[in-house]
Each structure stands twice: as C-alpha cells, then as structure tokens.
Design a protein around this ligand. Structure first.
Ligand SMILES: Nc1ncnc2c1ncn2[C@@H]1O[C@H](COP(=O)(O)OP(=O)(O)OP(=O)(O)O)[C@@H](O)[C@H]1O
Length: 273
C-alpha cells in the first residue's frame, strides 16, 4: 500500500474552493433560482457536512462541485484548477446505491471498473480493490453480485469503489438515507474511519442534523432556496468519536441545538417570503 495512512491534518491549502456559485434552472414554464450565492472553502483533509432545509439546493450544489452541472455564475476549483467537467481526483457516492452498482458485475468488478477507465495496470488495480474491500469489511464478498447483498453492504461497495479510486475529494450525497438506523450508525463510523485512514477531503450532504454534528469537523448550514451559506459551525468535539459517548455529550447537544436553530430560522425566513 503506498497511500499515506497518517491521521489527517487540519492544516493545509484549500482543496475545494466554491466562489459566488449560482445556479438557476430554466424551463419552458419559467426559471427556478436554486443556488443564489455560495462561497466556502475546504482545507486539505477536512471533513465538512452540509445541511439545510429540504429543496434548498444541496444536490444542485454537489452536482456543480462534481462538474456534472454547469453553474449559472461563480466558480468551483479543486486544487486551484477550475472545474468544468468531473475532475479526475474526485469521487461521488450517491444515495441510490441500488442504481449506482452494475448488477451483472461482481463486487470486485464494480469496484475495479473506474480503475480500468483510469487505465491503471492490472497489479495496481488488484491491490487497490483488495485494500478498499478490506477497508469496508467486504473482503469476503468480492465474488458476490450486488443483488446478493443487503442494502448496507451495497452502500459499502459504493464506498469501496469511491476510495479505491484514491480521490483527493470525496463527495457524498445523503449516502445513508435509505438504510436502517443501526446500519446507518455503522456506516457513519466507517466513513470517519476511512477519512482518518486515507488522506481525503470529504464533503458530506445530509438531511440529518445529528449525523452532520457526529461526522463533521464543520457543519455548513444552507438557507432555503435561493441558497446562501447561513452558518458555518465548527464542531469542537473530540476527534475520537463513538455513537454512545459522543452523542450523549453535553457539547453534542449544544451543537445540534445551534444547527437545528439555524435550520428553523432558514425555514421561517422562506415562509415569510
Ligand atoms: N433539473 C431541475 N430543473 C428545474 N428545477 C430543479 C431541477 N433540479 C432541482 N430543481 C429545483 O431546485 C431547487 C433545489 O433542488 P435540490 O434538489 O438541489 O435541493 P436539495 O436541497 O438537494 O433537496 P432535498 O433536500 O429535497 O434532497 C428545488 O426548488 C428544485 O425543485
């Protein structure tokens, strides 16, 4: 394994730079301004969560950051390079793992596919696939097909595929929304473990305030559409987190109350408009 497995460092240059981002959808029936003016930066190795009221433009923002959707205005840059198409050093995990995995390929085949597209040599591909499957606890399921696995296991395959790609930036769009509560807790711990093990910058979109506070070093709270960054909350909880101790800490309750309050304000502001 030639990846750096040191714990992440909070210091480092900006990896992701979103500046004055705007997105208006146009259609025959009129236009919808989804993202009004978004500016934020993530440092190398940061794990930031993005929360906001339903329909506030989280997915729109993520698609613009991933180079899948052209913004109406503003810029996105990864490592100082403007994003106009999916950047080579970025991976995305979507909510709908069922639709993102190819049912006719094995688990190994699914994880390996993007590495073939990257034209990596076979020996390197094998090493990366094995490492990723081991990291998500699926080393024993490499020959299974996705439809033979539970929902939580399928989402772990999608995560393995993303980390095998060795991204500098990992985007996750409500990746655990479709799994049960216990699996979700396990996957949250998996993501924090992988983030600490591999040097990645992670932007994690979620509806769930508790999940955002539990996972993140920062929580960016978005306003209702048209969207701006309404609050940027530093999560000053200890780096070593576990579901029981962290979630029952006084500070966790205070932070979740702050994020909750901001989202309520965002909803009320949009109701007054
Ligand atoms: N392709 C599209 N064409 C027109 N309007 C769209 C399109 N995609 C999204 N929108 C609108 O843009 C706004 C933001 O949508 P988006 O899906 O980005 O929000 P979201 O915060 O991810 O939503 P949710 O929390 O429900 O997942 C909404 O008003 C939505 O109706």
């Amino acid at each position: 394994m030639n990846r750096d497995t040191r714990p992440h460092s909070q210091e480092g240059p900006d990896v992701l730079d979103v500046n004055g981002l705007r997105k208006t959808y146009g259609s025959a029936g009129g236009s919808v301004e989804a993202v009004h003016d978004l500016t934020f930066r993530l440092d190398a190795g940061e794990l930031a969560c993005l929360v906001g009221p339903s329909g506030c433009g989280k997915t729109t923002l993520l698609k613009c950051v991933a180079g899948l959707l052209a913004p109406t205005g503003g810029t996105v840059a990864v490592d100082g390079r403007p994003v106009h198409e999916p950047p080579p050093d970025m991976a995305v995990v979507f909510q709908e793992y069922g639709r993102s995995l190819f049912p006719w390929l094995t688990v190994r085949g699914n994880v390996e596919l993007p590495l073939k597209e990257k034209r990596l040599p076979r020996a390197r591909r094998t090493a990366l696939v094995e490492e990723a499957l081991e990291a998500v606890g699926l080393a024993g399921s490499a020959r299974s097909h996705p439809w033979e696995l539970s929902g939580g296991m399928q989402q772990r395959v999608a995560i393995a595929r993303a980390i095998a790609y060795e991204p500098r930036v990992l985007l996750m769009d409500e990746p655990f929304a479709a799994v049960d509560a216990q699996t979700r807790a396990d996957l949250e711990d998996l993501v924090r473990g992988l983030w600490q093990r591999f040097e990645m910058t992670v932007l994690f979109v979620t509806h769930d305030i508790d999940e955002a506070v539990y996972l993140g070093q920062r929580v960016l709270v978005l306003s209702s559409a048209p969207t701006v960054v309404q609050d940027d909350v530093e999560i000053d909880l200890p780096e070593q987190r576990d579901q029981l101790t962290t979630r029952s800490a006084q500070r966790f309750t205070e932070l979740r109350a702050r994020v909750h309050g901001q989202i309520q304000q965002a909803k009320q502001a949009s109701a007054r408009e």
